[in-house]
Design a protein around this ligand. Structure first.
Ligand code: ADP
Ligand code: MG
Length: 337
């Protein structure tokens, strides 16, 4: 008898889930990114018991047509790319078609969705669709994830305390809110509101909502460009610092990324103005031709590969340096929004 066989699809999904859904915050990230890709203007996130009991994301986006709804739970099924060329010019946050099947394989997932005419309700347990019925035709999508990792005890054990898992959820929601000032976000945990933004498109206002009004007042707008990159955003004055780098948010074409070299360049822009062990608060949005960046490096897409990274780091450092130098010359000048 042959020894090699294809894995059952649920098993394959659970293996993929190991990479895509590490913890409750990863579920929140994937669901919210889907809502953003669907052109939502309002995204409301409700979490219970740090996400382990329930995560619900309600959006007012495009919705999914009834005929596509089951397909959304299939691995490698996506509406976002079709051919090879698309892979090298990714504009959406998702494209791998892995999140929904991965999440569904390790939880109890309900999806209510509508493009505006008919509505669809799908209930998926442990990676299998158990019901597909009609639902209200309110445009948008609501996904509820219950009993996360209920069928993967090893994963549950590996999670940190509820307080830590919750702080990771808050962190990712805040970064996404900072990335999309035009979208109104809310995050409620066990009945308590943790984040709310208006969606009015003013980044300084979002910063004020997340880091506080006093902080937002001590941030200055920066903007710089070279032939390949445009960078813009807000950085804190040297007097306002934090003890870790985690208050630096780097966005690349709207995607929140981790990149040590780029953070380092931003910090280098402060020259000798920062005390040892102190770091600025910053939100820096980098726009570039999608052809120049490979986002398909890791399943969670937070690591990216940028061509011409040295030119970009130089631009970031110079832009920050010049802006702060200006601040020294004319103190108390009101910077443009
Ligand atoms: P990906 O985002 O990589 O395409 P997902 O598994 O996250 O893969 O989602 C599969 C598909 O389901 C998406 O391509 C999209 O068409 C659809 N989808 C998922 N969430 C939403 C949503 N909130 N609104 C509209 N469509 C959605
Ligand atoms: Mg997705």
């Amino acid at each position: 008898m042959a020894k090699i066989h294809e894995l059952a699809s649920v098993l394959a999904d659970q293996i993929a889930a190991g990479e895509v859904v590490e913890r409750p915050a990863s579920v929140v990230k994937e669901l919210v990114e889907n809502a953003i890709d669907a052109n939502s203007t309002q995204i409301d996130i409700t979490v219970e018991e740090a996400g382990l009991k329930r995560i619900m994301v309600v959006d007012d986006g495009d919705g999914i047509a009834d005929e596509d709804a089951e397909m959304a739970f299939k691995r490698h099924a996506t509406s976002k790319i079709t051919d090879r060329r698309d892979l090298f010019r990714i504009k959406s946050l998702g494209f791998r078609g892995e999140a929904l099947p991965s999440i569904a394989s390790v939880a109890d997932v309900t999806m209510a969705t509508s493009t505006g005419d008919v509505g669809t309700l799908i209930h998926n347990v442990g990676g299998k669709i158990v019901t597909h019925t009609a639902a209200a035709a309110r445009k948008g999508t609501t996904i509820t994830v219950a009993d996360l990792f209920g069928n993967v005890p090893a994963r549950l054990k590996y999670l940190k305390s509820p307080a830590t898992e919750l702080s990771r959820i808050t962190d990712i929601v805040n970064r996404l809110a900072l990335s999309y000032p035009n979208v109104a976000f809310s995050l409620v945990h066990d009945g308590r509101e943790l984040t709310r933004t208006t969606g009015r498109g003013d980044l300084r206002q979002v910063i004020a909502g997340i880091y506080g009004v006093q902080t937002a007042r001590k941030m200055v707008a920066i903007q710089g460009k070279n032939p390949d990159f445009t960078v813009r955003g807000f950085v804190s004055l040297p007097e306002l610092t934090r003890a870790s780098r985690q208050y630096i948010s780097l966005l690349l074409n709207g995607r929140y990324i981790h990149n040590f070299q780029l953070s380092k360049a931003l910090i280098a822009g402060y020259g000798s103005k920062l005390m040892v062990g102190r770091y600025p608060i910053a939100v820096l949005d980098i726009q570039m031709d999608p052809v120049l960046v490979d986002v398909n490096v890791h399943p969670t897409k937070q690591e990216v590969r940028i061509s011409q990274e040295p030119e970009l780091t130089q631009l970031i450092q110079e832009t920050v340096f010049k802006r702060l130098a200006q601040e020294n010359l004319i103190p108390d000048v009101a910077d443009e929004a």
